[in-house]
Design a binder for this molecule. Structure first.
Ligand code: ATP
Length: 267
């Protein structure tokens, strides 16, 4: 459903600061795949999601979604079918609007609908049900301004907003990294629930190896702008953190000494 062919991204091309961040990336994502992406600092993980979302143009290569060439489709247009949740809980929602208003905007925008008759009780009930699934009591706070919510509550709301109308693709960029361990666990559980319930094709960057192994049906490891490991099915289910470290060392041809990739002990 998503296919990257020879995707290359170079920042500051032709200058002394030239940086080839994605090197000839070839990736085929199947419908319903839930892929966790892990890799060293500066490996190109966020840039990969950013070129898929249309934040940056690619220098070479093609991006196909459901057979359509979206390589040159602008970011705002891709946002109609690509949902995103970022590391920063401040992104993805309108802070001075209420929870209900944020949900209403997402409901209209993604489905190209208009709220001709305003918010009716049926729709409010639908919103309440979705919020109840977060387990954070948000369903009783429809009229709360989003800026009053905690980081975890905001990430849960952003996730609900990004998936309210099923996106073709969901991109999660370390969306639990700024949260405390127990809130991160809660948001990870909610992520699995929403993604699996709706069968949403998802790419999720995490710096936590344990999460990367546990979540999703496929694991990709990036290093220096390339995909060096792609593990799926029973190979992934039975994987351990130690094995993954060993596979990294073999594929990257260097010792694993990345302090930012966590083995899973802290969160
Ligand atoms: N807008 C930009 N302009 C110039 N260089 C950039 C830009 N965005 C990213 N880079 C560079 O691209 C490289 C890859 O960055 P990227 O954020 O994709 O890595 P990452 O794998 O997500 O790393 P991390 O785990 O540290 O977030 C880095 O060297 C970074 O400095």
């Amino acid at each position: 459903m998503l296919e990257l062919k020879g995707v290359t991204k170079i920042f500051n091309a032709g200058t002394v600061n030239e940086n080839v961040v994605l090197r000839d990336i070839n990736l085929k994502v199947d419908e319903g795949d839930f892929i966790s992406i892990i890799g060293s600092n500066g490996a190109g993980k966020s840039t990969l999601l950013n070129v898929i979302a249309g934040v940056y143009p690619v220098d070479r290569g093609t991006i196909l979604l459901d057979g359509r060439d979206i390589t040159r489709v602008p970011e705002h247009e891709r946002a109609r079918f690509i949902g995103r949740v970022f590391q920063d809980p401040m992104k993805g929602t309108a802070p001075s609007m209420t929870i209900e208003e944020n949900l209403a905007i997402a409901y209209c925008r993604n489905a190209r609908r208009t709220l001709k008759w305003g918010l009716n009780n049926k729709l409010r009930e639908e919103f309440r049900q979705k919020l109840a699934e977060t387990g954070l009591g948000l369903e009783n706070r429809l009229n709360y301004k989003v800026k009053l919510l905690s980081g975890g509550q905001r990430q849960a709301l952003t996730l609900i907003i990004a998936t309210m109308v099923k996106p073709k693709l969901l991109l999660l960029d370390e969306h639990t990294a700024a949260l405390d361990p127990s809130t991160a666990r809660l948001i990870n559980n909610l992520t699995e629930k929403v993604v699996l319930q709706k069968g949403i094709t998802t790419l999720m960057i995490t710096h936590n190896m344990e999460h990367a192994i546990k979540m999703g049906n496929r694991l990709i490891m990036m290093d220096k702008g390339q995909i060096i490991l792609d593990i799926k099915g029973s190979d992934k289910t039975s994987l351990t953190v130690n094995e993954l470290v060993g596979m990294f060392e073999q594929a990257a041809q260097r010792k694993f000494d990345e302090d930012r990739i966590m083995l899973g002990a802290r969160s």
